[in-house]
Design a protein around this ligand. Structure first.
Ligand code: GAP
Length: 513
């Protein structure tokens, strides 16, 4: 079996080869951690965005969507705490001159211990068969218990040192654990320093009068500063939500793992405004709702888990991550945060404007509390794409590479293939494309043998192939081939649209939530 690194390399090269993702400005050797979405990538990304937007805005009467600007008044970021606290602890290795996030070095170390636990579990499951009780094994196996104790102790100490801004202790922890630079293999580390992740820019033409701005590091603040505008003009009653999708920018220290951690990326965020005191209940409700959204796409329940935060961000009273099993292990895909009244209160203080809601039932005004759901669109793309890319061994011992994207999200829903380039078959195929293009993205392909064309569409992730042959001329039927099962059925041309619709229609997927 291929190892994780090989699988991930395959994901990256497949994304390029099949027109999903290119390195930004590749002809100039690229820009680190910045990527362009190609013809298929842009479609997949748009479909994921729409799947989120429909679930959030269209299906919830009390959630509306906005599209705030990327550039905001600089005081926004003072109020939100980003100017003072949006830092990552960085450390350099003096031999390789490579820069790392100190906390990530420690977390990678604990992840290695975690994979040892997973190995023990796998071994035991094999040994005990059906009678294996995983929960019991995790609490009673001496070796596993010791591993877990070690992980907990390390993460507790890391959390405490970061909270107390004790960067010397973070360095001491790295040294005590004997963590080496993955490039030089040495432990020759600099001190740990804080580094602000916001990108600065300027507004205005002349150097003297120019105003220092930041590119937004999260979309959420565009929602907070518009809270009252939306509430009043939309006559929204608490509890209600404001959603938006859009670009965010972070000058990440460690930008690796392809589109997992980018410097320019897109977020899909929703702030849900609630009555103070009810935030816990809404936090739990949104945890459940968001997990259901993920599961509706059918990537497998076993590939998701919650990870509750011990160390809370400066604005939160509870927080969890929905983690996904990426090719490099379980990692954060989405954050759900109970942000208290921190942001609205801070904006009230810095702007001098009231950001309160008048509750007619209670006959009083208050600053609402906020529960936020925040997911990276690019990260969701990576989760879906990497999970969908599969190598299959077929009955005749050949292999096929297939991108089993959820059909609802696939960039192209069907490829129309005339069996041969003559005898009037291309004309029929073109007519099918003309008829279907009003409802779906469809492509026409007549090059190469039909078997090769099937493989090409499998690799690009097209859920259906429609083959026109000589029989089609006689009885107006075609062969409809299903990507995942490779099953072929003979259907009337007039039925094709209905069959495809059923499988790609967003409603039939979202209703599973
Ligand atoms: N408004 C809250 C917020 O921004 P976050 O946990 O910093 O919270 C939310 O980010 C989500 O945005 C993450 O779960 C992740 O999916 C995505 N994200 C954050 N930084 C990213 C980066 N550098 N590249 C790609 N996605 C990122």
């Amino acid at each position: 079996m291929a190892n994780q690194e090989d699988i991930f390399k395959k994901v990256i090269s497949h994304a390029k080869e099949y027109g999903y993702i290119f390195q930004s400005s590749e002809i100039y050797d690229g820009l680190s951690a910045v990527y362009d979405y190609a013809q298929n990538g842009a479609e997949l990304k748009k479909n994921i965005r729409e799947y989120w937007w429909r679930a959030m805005v269209q299906l919830n009467k009390n959630i509306v969507g906005i599209d705030a600007a990327i550039l905001m008044h600089p005081t926004t970021w003072k109020a939100s705490g980003h100017v003072d606290a949006f830092n990552d602890p960085l450390i350099d290795n003096k031999d390789s001159k490579k820069r790392y996030r100190a906390d990530v070095l420690v977390e990678d170390y604990t992840a290695k211990i975690e994979s040892k636990i997973e190995k023990e579990v796998k071994k035991a499951a094999k040994r005990f068969g059906d009678s294996f009780d995983k929960a019991q094994f995790l609490t009673t196996n001496q070796r596993v218990v010791e591993y877990q104790k070690k992980i907990d102790a390390i993460l507790k100490r890391l959390g405490k040192s970061l909270e107390n801004e004790d960067l010397a202790d973070v360095k001491a922890l790295i040294e005590e654990l004997g963590i080496v630079c993955p490039v030089s293999g040495s432990t020759n580390w600099t001190d740990v320093k804080q580094f602000n992740l916001m990108f600065g820019t300027k507004l205005g033409a002349s150097a003297d009068s120019a105003m220092d701005l930041y590119l937004r590091p999260e979309t959420a603040q565009g929602i907070f500063v518009n809270f009252l505008n939306v509430q009043k003009t939309g006559r929204m009653k608490i509890p209600f939500g404001i959603a938006q999708t859009g670009k965010a920018f972070r000058n990440e220290i460690v930008a690796r793992q392809f589109i997992f951690r980018m410097r320019e990326f897109e977020q899909m965020e929703m702030q849900f405004f609630v009555k103070p005191g009810s935030q816990k209940e809404w936090y739990e409700a949104w945890k459940e709702n968001r997990m259901k959204w993920h599961l509706s796409l059918g990537l497998g329940e076993e590939n998701y888990r919650f990870h509750d935060h011990e160390k809370l961000a400066h604005y939160a009273d509870a927080a969890t991550d929905i983690e996904f099993r990426f090719p490099f292990g379980f990692k954060e895909l989405e954050g759900i945060h109970s942000r208290t009244d921190f942001d609205l209160s801070a904006h009230e203080k810095h702007s001098g404007k009231k950001l309160q809601y008048f509750d007619h039932e209670m006959n009083e005004s208050y600053v609402p509390y906020v529960v936020e759901t925040s997911i990276g669109l690019d990260r969701m793309f990576l989760a879906i794409f990497s999970h969908s890319l599969q190598e299959e061994t077929l009955e005749n011992n050949t292999t096929r590479t297939v991108l089993k994207l959820p059909a609802v999200l696939a960039p192209t829903k069907a490829a129309v293939l005339p069996l041969v380039k003559k005898d009037g078959l291309p004309e029929v195929a073109h007519q099918i494309v003309e008829d279907l293009k009003w409802d779906f993205n469809v492509v026409y392909d007549e090059k190469d043998a039909v078997g090769r064309r099937y493989r090409r569409q499998d690799a690009v992730g097209t859920p259906f192939c429609i083959t026109v042959d000589h029989q089609s001329l006689e009885d107006q039927t075609v062969t409809l081939r299903h990507r995942d099962t490779m099953e072929q059925q003979r259907v009337a041309i007039s039925e094709v649209k209905g069959i495809i619709s059923k499988e790609v229609d967003m409603k039939s997927w979202l209703i599973k939530m």
